[in-house]
Design a protein around this ligand. Sequence first.
Ligand code: NAD
Length: 486
Amino acid sequence: MGSDATAIFDAEAAQTMMKELRAVYGSGATKSYDWRVSQLSQLLKLIEYHEDDIAAALRSDLSKPDIESYVYEIGVLKSSIKLALKELRKWMSPEKVKTSLISFPSSAKIVPEPLGIVLIISAWNYPFLLSLDPLVGAIAAGNAAVLKPSEISPVSSALIAKLVREYMDSSTIRVVEGAVAETSVLLEQKWDKICYTGNAVVGRIVMAAAAKHLTPVLLELGGKCPAVVDLNINLQVACRRIIMGKWGSNNGQTCVSPDYIITTKANAPKLIDALKTELEKFYGKNMLESNDLSRIVNSNHFARLIKLLDEDKVSGKVVYGGKRDESILKIMPTILLDVPRNSLIMKEEIFGPLLPILTVDRLEDSFNIINSGTKPLAAYLFTNDKRFREHFVTEVSAGGLVVNDTTIHLGVLTLPFGGVGDSGMGSYHGKFSFDAFSHKKAVLYRGFVADADIRYPPYTRKKLRLLQALLGGSFLTIILALFGRN
Ligand code: NAD
């Protein structure tokens, strides 16, 4: 059960764990403001006291550069916890809402309540962020939680298990380490919400398992995120921002990395030149040796990417890069031009350092390309044309859009983060995380005065008219109905 690395996590262990968690959750322990603040504060300490250990784990699992670990995992997590601590009272407060004539006199509130015991299954590419950031929302909303980090980043998974054990309330927050077998056992249990981050194939398995218990799901999936590049922009700035979203974000192993670019035929050569120039400024000429680029996570993913790159109809389309070194699991930043739309690299999410550029005659044609595929988690547009920008915002359906940059919407905690269609369902970050793990309970308060006969039998025509007028909401009709004039 995470607390003992040698213990087998089987159905019996899962049932025992659930029983223990249900008992503590049932006692109301997690509902108080104090418990939530204490656990969020402990989570902040867990991160602040172990920034170096976290960076070391990420270096070991992914050769992730320390700056990336700090910015995308440690830094984002700290902001997220600090925001929850600052806003918690407000988030927890019931929201007073108006009532209608039909319940007059009355008052009403929306009262957020925790869902219960939530399961958080996370992916390997941002192991700390994707496990602990949903946990911030789960705790803030007053839930007990079980984390299942990814086995593909084993050093990070072990560190998460160790630190959660050391810092968090173990009667309500647990970590279960493991792979498919352990996750399957977890998925057989009855949860009050499951938050899953990973690919859509497993997303379907998670949703099917949740359906058996009518458990709601938050699915954070991926997909092919397009970046559309217009003419007449500051190409240098655009390329720097594309590079940071692609190779500067875990070497493209990021759900919101630009997966492919669309530009016009005329613009493509300039764009490729600018990308090459900026790439070499950032990573030097020998990019396979750069310490500023993460490696591919393991040999399976390395082989998967090489298969995309070496497909017959694709290998001749490389205009930059293509070098690889399996012994260090590195592939050079690689740009491809006009790969066929039916190639594997255009059919699958790339999730690595390969960047195809598709060309079109008119940039408006990019909408067809994007909308003919599944809905992406993010879509990017580089343009100075306001009309085209608004057209893009209206026409392109994606989890999120960014104009003139990539990926940084994730750091804006006032924006919900999540997918649509095949890229996922539900969202979190900031207040949206609290909402994702809360039920909004509708509460109506009434007294015993003004108990009008109108709703009670015997039913009469006058009562019907009056009810129709009340439901219609027009003051004049109500008066007329009262006097039997309508
Ligand atoms: P992964 O291999 O780490 O798997 C994710 C989790 O699913 C792990 O905890 C794993 O143990 C579990 N799992 C794997 N197979 C399972 C099975 N058969 N049954 C039950 N559980 C199983 O991660 P991945 O899927 O390679 O992650 C990459 C994908 O995730 C990409 O599509 C990426 O775009 C997406 N992603 C999305 C986000 C987001 O926030 N939306 C973030 C990161 C990654």
